[in-house]
Every structure is written in C-alpha cells, then in structure tokens.
Ligand binder design. Sequence first.
Ligand code: ZN
Length: 409
Amino acid sequence: MLIKTLVRVTLDVKGHKIVRVKKTSMGIEVHIDRSRRRRLPCSQCGALAKVRDRLKPRHWKHVPLWGIAVALIYSPARVRCPSCAKICVEDIPWAQGKCRLSTGLIWMLSAMAKLLAWDVVARMFSVHWNTVRAAVKQAVDYGLKHRELGTVLYIGIDELSRRKGHVYVTNVYDLTDKKLLWSGEGRDQKTLRQFFQEHGEALKSSVKGVCCDMWKPYTDVLEAELPNVPLIFDKFHLIRHLNQAVDEVRREEARQLKKSNPELLKRTRYLWLKNPENLTEQQRARLGYLEKLNLKINRAYLLKESFRELWNYKCKGWAKRFLGKWFWWATHSRVKAMRDFAWLLRNHQEGVLNYFKMRITNGLVEGLNNKAKVISHRCYGFRTAGTFILALYHCLGKLPEPKIVHRFL
Ligand SMILES: [Zn+2]
C-alpha cells in the first residue's frame, strides 16, 4: 500500500486529491490539490461554489506516521459564493478555521490526553502544551454540544480541591450512568446555583434522589431548587466525619498525656480508625491492652464501632430507633467530639435516614473523585480551575466523539 492511500484514508476527502508524497529532512510532506472541475464548499455557509483563485500554500500538521512528522501542504481556493454574494475561502475538509493542525491530529491529541499527562502528549507529538489543551477543549466542546443527558435519576454532588485547597470545584455526577454531569469553580451556593440554571429545568422532573455531604451551601440550594426530592446524606461522608471525630479525641487525649505518659497513644491512629477485622495480630494485642485502660479514646472507639450497626438496618423505622439510642449514648459519653457528631446527625436526621428508603451513596462518586485526583496530579500544568474542569469533563464525562476518532485509534 502506498503512503498516499494511507493518508487519503485518514483524511477522507472527496473534492481533493493527493498529488505527491515527499520525504524531507523535516518529515513527510503530503501535497494536496483540488480535483479539477469540482465546485468547492464555502467556509462561511457550506454552499458549493465555483473556484475563483488560489491562496498561497499552507501547512497543516497531521498525525505522525511511525513517529515521522507528517505535514499537509495545500493552496486553499477562494470561491465566488452565490449565497454569501462575495468571495470566500473554501471549507477545508481536514481542518477547522485557522487551526494549523489537522482535525485528525486534534482528536488524536485529545484521545491521548485522556490516557497520559498532557506534557507527555505534547512531547510525543512535538506540539506545545497549549495545543494539547486546545485539542482537549475542542473535544469537550464537541462532546458537551452533542451529548444527550436523557433521564438522570440520581445525582451525587461532591467538592474537590486542587493545590491544597486553593482551587475548589463542585462536581455533579450522574450516579446511574457513572459520569460527570457538570463541574464548576467554587463550592458555595453560587456554584451549585449555576448548575441548576444550566440544567435545572431538564432535571426537575426526572431526579428521584440527591446524594451529598452535610455541607450547608449545597443543602440550602438543593432545598430551594428541588424541594420535593429527598436528600440523602452520603454514607461515606458520614463515616469520614465520624472518623474525624474519633481522631480528634485521640489527639486531644494524647496532648493531655504528654507529660505523664507520652508513649501510650503514639502511633495508634489507625488502631482506632480501622475496622477490627483488618488489624494485624500486633495491632490487635496493643488495642486489647489500651482497651483495658479507662481512656476517652476508647469510649469514642466503642461508639464508632457500635455506629457500624446502623448500616445493617433494612427499614427506616428501625434505623431511626437505633439512631435514637446511639444519640443517647454519644451525648452521655462525656466526649465532646462524639457529642458534636451526634448533634450533627440529629440536625440532619431526615437526610441520614433517607438512605434507608433509597440506598444511594456517593461511593461511586468517591471512586470518580479519586480518579479526578489522579487526573489533577498527573497534570501539574493545571494552574487554573478552568483547565482542571476541562480535564475532568474530558476524562469523566463519557462525552460523545465524532467518527473520525476511530479512524486512528
Ligand atoms: Zn457562502
């Protein structure tokens, strides 16, 4: 097979032909000409028009062949467009606008940017990092324009931080389809309200449940925007809050023991946080010893362990009874952090118990969020929330792609 044929397949052109393929020191040059007597489409309106004259030759970077750079060289024609009633440049089938990369290369870059760090992709194809970003942007814009949201039944909302909390984004996930629906900068009311401005109307009739953390800015907006949709406080967030409370008790007590027995609680953090079945022999022995002492952290630990029983309940009524008992234990434990956690539950009881009517969790969201973290780590060029959001849509949005992508991958 000739390289000519190969290039023709990847370009899929009708009104143009490949006249010459040349190997130069710069790589492979593919010279293209228009097919004679053919009318060409106008770039402004798409109408077929007669060719008037030709512009100077232009170069486009195409998908490299076995690592050898490929350049497309062609003199664009100017057409006398009848519907625009003026002279326009023809519509170039392998490129868009003034972009110096072929459409094939753009989609190739964006596809690789899903798998690899963007600077690696840039080096691989010897383009600038900004070019990779632009390619991803084009892919995401295309995908957002062409996606069909269909009926979204359950949504999960979570925040994500970048650069040690300097950049926050709010992500809204479709829990049924396991994909990112929307991402916006910030984690306040304004951010979430923007989501509802963009998608609210379409969602209001279909959404059956929303899963999120007990974060007031979100819950306020949700109550206003979806008043009849049950809010479910995410199980994994609850467990995290509880673990944080337990850890706070340990740190506090370790501080108090600093003078009398500084070694006692050293390196015991995971002893208290792990589920007992996951402890090693050694850890179990140490925990067994600590449990015999009358420590505050042990009281917190017992509360944490008994709280796990909650998730076994099948019906809301029984779960509610258990929560009532647990609330009493926690508020009488004389451990402040546990008392605070119990009150947090009490103040959000409806949302906590809704889980027993509708078992959705952000566990999936956690999975997606972890992926998002990986994405943010491998792309240290993400200084702005905008680029970060772009990458999130690209990797987690399950966005549609045009057929051309499959010509290369
Ligand atoms: Zn026109």
